[in-house]
Every structure is written in structure tokens, then in C-alpha cells.
Design a protein. Structure first.
Length: 115
């Protein structure tokens, strides 16, 4: 099983980034997919989630209206489109797959928002 995040980098405040998470080794279309983030010195927090058929999404209050989660069950990939980025969005972003008691994590991709 692999979850491989990509798309992180350095961006100025107000800018945009699109994160991708490519999944393999499990039935991607059956799993709830989420993005978490962990800022330096802070606990990991849930940012956004999307149901297996993309019929339901969840967003943390801190990113509502700025971030959009989506998935492609043919490409086995989940995305996080991030816009109007703020300094406080700086963190390592992790991809998570969950179905019942089974859970997988990626290794993360670093997003740095700085002027």
C-alpha cells in the first residue's frame, strides 16, 4: 500500500497550490480520503475529507471557502486545491485513507507560505 503526496512547495501569501495524493495497493474507490496537516509544534489536524463516491465533503472551518478537495477514482488520486493561502497554512500535509478500522497514511508534503 502506498500513498504518495506531491505538489507542496514555497508560495507567497495569497497564492495557490494543488496537492495530489496518488494511491496504490488498495481499492481506492472504497475508501474515505482526507487531507491532514501538521504545523511545527502543533498536533496533526484534519483539513478536508471526501467520501468514496465524492458525494460528501468536509472542511475545517479554517480552510472553508479557500480549499477544495476532490478525487479521481480512475486515476486513484485525491487532490487538495488550496487558494488564498495564509502564513498559518504552513505545515506538512498528509494524505489519509480510511475504511472501517483500516487506515493508511502518506509521508507528507511540505507547504510553506512565506513572503
Amino acid at each position: 500500500v502506498q500513498l504518495v503526496e506531491s505538489g507542496g512547495g514555497l508560495v507567497q501569501p495569497g497564492g495557490s497550490l494543488r496537492l495530489s495524493c496518488a494511491a496504490s495497493g488498495f481499492t481506492f474507490s472504497s475508501y474515505y480520503m482526507s487531507w491532514y496537516r501538521q504545523a511545527p509544534g502543533k498536533e496533526r489536524e484534519l483539513v478536508a475529507g471526501i467520501s468514496s463516491a465524492a458525494s460528501n465533503t468536509y472542511y475545517a472551518d479554517s480552510v472553508k471557502g479557500r480549499f477544495t478537495i476532490s478525487r479521481d477514482n480512475v486515476k486513484n488520486t485525491v487532490y487538495l486545491q488550496m487558494s488564498s493561502l495564509k502564513l498559518e497554512d504552513t505545515a506538512v500535509y498528509f494524505c489519509n485513507a480510511r475504511r472501517a478500522s483500516t487506515e493508511y497514511w502518506g509521508k507528507g508534503t511540505l507547504v510553506t507560505v512565506s513572503s
